[in-house]
Design a protein around this ligand. Structure first.
Ligand code: HEC
Length: 241
């Protein structure tokens, strides 16, 4: 089978070679899309452009000195305020303890104007409603980052998506004529990268120091995808017979 030194990849006819190459390119492209999704989504968590360790810490462990509402309005929801005054008034209200007595007069009009296009009880974008004080009070507790439920959800989809894809790529790598030691090392590294990538999210939820593992895990997975997609392409199209 694939593990033998039969070198079927080099001897492939043009049709299957093109089909296989398209798959490899798609897989690499899929990874890049995932990467840009992360970049777009998480770089503004700390309010500054560019993905940083702080973004990762705030996402998984949370900003424990803030409420979830304050974290969101300092980050991705910041731009939805109609004016800076509205934003400042909300910040003041939060700093003063976010009392219910000032909600109707001061804050509700701001939220109705700036937030309810997405967070009305009808639309409920991202499951969030900001119409009444009791809606909003759900987000007035200490921000503890990604919830366990959400972590289970993303871990489950990521394991089921990346594990089979990496496995198929590894099988293809084993069909190349690279040395067995290199292929085995690349295979073991890539499979471990999936563990590290997903496991690191859970560790980063436990303690902010582990956020660096999220970065390392992501890089290892990127390296794996790059290697697994490029090595067979190189063998099929560039390597001298
Ligand atoms: C154009 C649509 C849109 C508008 C307007 C909008 N939001 Fe959001 N909101 C979202 C989306 C999408 C998410 C989920 C993804 C995210 O967190 O970026 C979200 C998430 C949230 C969350 C949950 C964050 C968390 O950590 O779970 C809160 C709280 C929130 N918004 C508050 C607000 C407030 C307050 C405003 C008004 C200043 C506002 N949003 C305006 C689309 C919107």
């Amino acid at each position: 089978m694939f593990w033998n030194d039969t070198k079927p990849l080099r001897t492939l006819q043009t049709g299957p070679k093109i089909a296989l190459s398209l798959f490899l390119i798609l897989a690499g492209f899929g990874y890049l899309l995932g990467f840009f999704n992360i970049l777009l989504h998480y770089q503004m968590v700390d309010g500054k452009a560019g993905l940083s360790l702080k973004d990762v810490q705030m996402t998984y462990y949370g900003s424990r000195d803030k409420t979830a509402l304050e974290k969101s309005i300092d980050a991705s929801m910041r731009g939805y305020f109609a004016t800076d005054n509205d934003y400042n008034a909300t910040k003041e209200w939060l700093a003063d303890g976010a009392s219910e007595k000032d909600w109707d007069s001061d804050i509700k009009p701001i939220f109705d104007k700036s937030c309810s296009t997405c967070h009305s009880s009808g639309a409920q974008v991202a499951g969030v409603t900001t119409e009444t004080y009791s809606d909003v009070s759900n987000y007035l507790a200490q921000d503890t980052g990604k919830s366990i439920g959400r972590l289970v959800q993303v871990s489950h989809t990521h394991v089921l998506a990346t594990a089979p894809l990496i496995f198929i790529l590894v099988l293809i790598l084993f069909m190349t004529s690279f040395p067995m030691k290199f292929k085995s090392a690349a295979a073991i590294f890539s499979m471990s990268a999936v563990f590290l990538d997903i496991g690191s999210w859970w560790l980063a939820k436990l303690a902010p120091g582990f956020a660096v593992l999220v970065m390392i895990g992501g890089m290892c997975l990127g390296l794996s995808f790059g290697l697994l997609a490029l090595a067979p392409l190189y063998e099929m199209w560039l390597k001298k017979k």
